[in-house]
Design a protein around this ligand. Structure first.
Ligand SMILES: Cc1ncc(COP(=O)(O)O)c(C=O)c1O
Length: 372
């Protein structure tokens, strides 16, 4: 058995797809999702510490046993107010939140339409569900429409699911069109806002000025711009009630621990109260992307104001060489390869965060440019 595993690992190395972890101590980390640097904000840290003093370090059980505290309820209320969606529930992680929503809302006799570049947790949720699936070409709403025209009547429930901001490309889903389609064809629209919350605004729905309707479900994480850990699902109160009764990642997994919840709650309050943080992040992102473009780097299909910067390298080996060169120079920008992105679409995924000043990015660009 060991030999078989070793052989497979060797094969991964041969294909330049081998993965290893780095402890980025002493390095400038330019690939974190701590977009607004809230994880280092004094008030956020203090909220977490205070929650430990009041509630302890762990929650002790799932939400349906004894793991649903007053703090869980408070976070749901803040989410609901900030997101302007009637009901919310917290979940262990964004990965689990996608599994929860997809496997609960779609089963046998139903259909799921999912963007080809959706996050792996959506892909896994779709695979786990017993519903039929249609993986549509990236952002192609015409194909979504024509599929539903022909096939919608065959199915009971229908789910359209998309990242709000695509995690590896930094472009935006065509949410206005998808909302119209979902309404017309009576489908749920699930928006994964993991990378949209705190980067394009309060949410993708806010960014596109789309009024929430009962068929819309927003999934998001506390682990990126909100600087904490865990996730949430916001939807109609019926959908949330349904998830409490059906979602296995809610029923069979311990609820979020108090410090993570308290930090997320403070993060949400800061997000609502300080919109200038998002503006600052967008300005910095735009500036870095424009500089990279001027220097001749290929940024793929990215949108210039989002903080996700795909520096397209395409070749897996070259992506690793570039990452290793930057590591030697004191910068950590991880190489993203298959299966996170398609084969032959390797990239360095640089992210812009308020952790670093413009000067740090300026210095980084100079170092990067010596490699081109
Ligand atoms: C779009 C998207 N959805 C879900 C997740 C999973 O979130 P979490 O890290 O909280 O499990 C991620 C990132 O990790 C993501 O990029």
């Amino acid at each position: 058995m060991e030999e078989l595993l070793k052989k497979e690992l060797e094969e991964l190395k041969r294909k330049n797809l081998y993965r290893e972890r780095f402890i980025p101590e002493g390095l400038k980390v330019l690939c974190s999702n701590n977009y607004l640097n809230l994880s280092n904000r004094r008030e956020v840290k203090e909220a977490a510490k205070k929650a430990i003093d009041i509630y302890g370090t762990g929650s002790g059980a799932s939400q349906l046993v004894s793991g649903y505290t007053g703090l869980h309820r408070k976070v749901e209320k803040v989410l609901s107010r900030v997101k302007e969606i009637p009901a919310c529930i917290t979940v262990g992680s964004g990965y689990l939140a996608n599994l929860a929503v997809i496997t609960s809302l779609a089963g046998e006799g139903d259909v799921i339409l999912s963007d080809r570049l959706n996050h792996a947790s959506i892909v896994d949720g779709v695979r786990l569900s017993k519903a039929d699936r249609f993986i549509y070409p990236h952002k192609d709403t015409e194909i979504v429409k024509s599929f539903l025209d022909k096939k919608r009547s065959k199915y009971k429930k229908c789910l359209i699911i998309t990242d709000g901001v695509f995690s590896m490309d930094g472009d935006l889903a065509p949410l206005k069109e998808l909302t119209e389609i979902a309404e017309t064809y009576k489908c749920f629209l699930i928006v994964d806002d993991a990378h949209a919350t705190g980067t394009v605004g309060i949410s993708s729905l806010h960014f596109w000025k789309i009024e929430w309707k009962p068929f819309i479900v927003e999934v998001g994480t506390f682990s990126k711009a909100l600087g904490s850990y865990g996730a949430y699902i916001c939807a109609s109160s019926t959908v949330i009630e349904f998830l409490i009764n059906n979602a296995r990642p809610v029923i069979f997994s311990t609820s979020l621990p108090p410090p993570a919840l308290a930090a997320a709650k403070k993060g949400l309050e800061i997000l609502k109260g300080e919109p200038q943080l998002i503006e600052k992040l967008q300005d910095l992102s735009r500036w870095v992307k424009n500089e990279l473009k001027k220097l001749g780097w290929d940024l793929g299909i990215t949108e210039y104001f989002t903080p996700i910067v795909p520096i397209m390298v395409y070749d897996e080996k070259r992506a690793m060489e570039l990452r290793d060169y930057l590591l030697q120079k004191g910068y950590f920008v991880q190489a993203i390869r298959y299966p996170t992105v398609e084969k032959g679409k390797a990239r360095l995924r640089l992210t812009i965060t308020l952790e670093h000043s413009r000067q740090i990015y300026e210095d980084f660009l100079k170092v990067l440019n010596r490699t081109s």
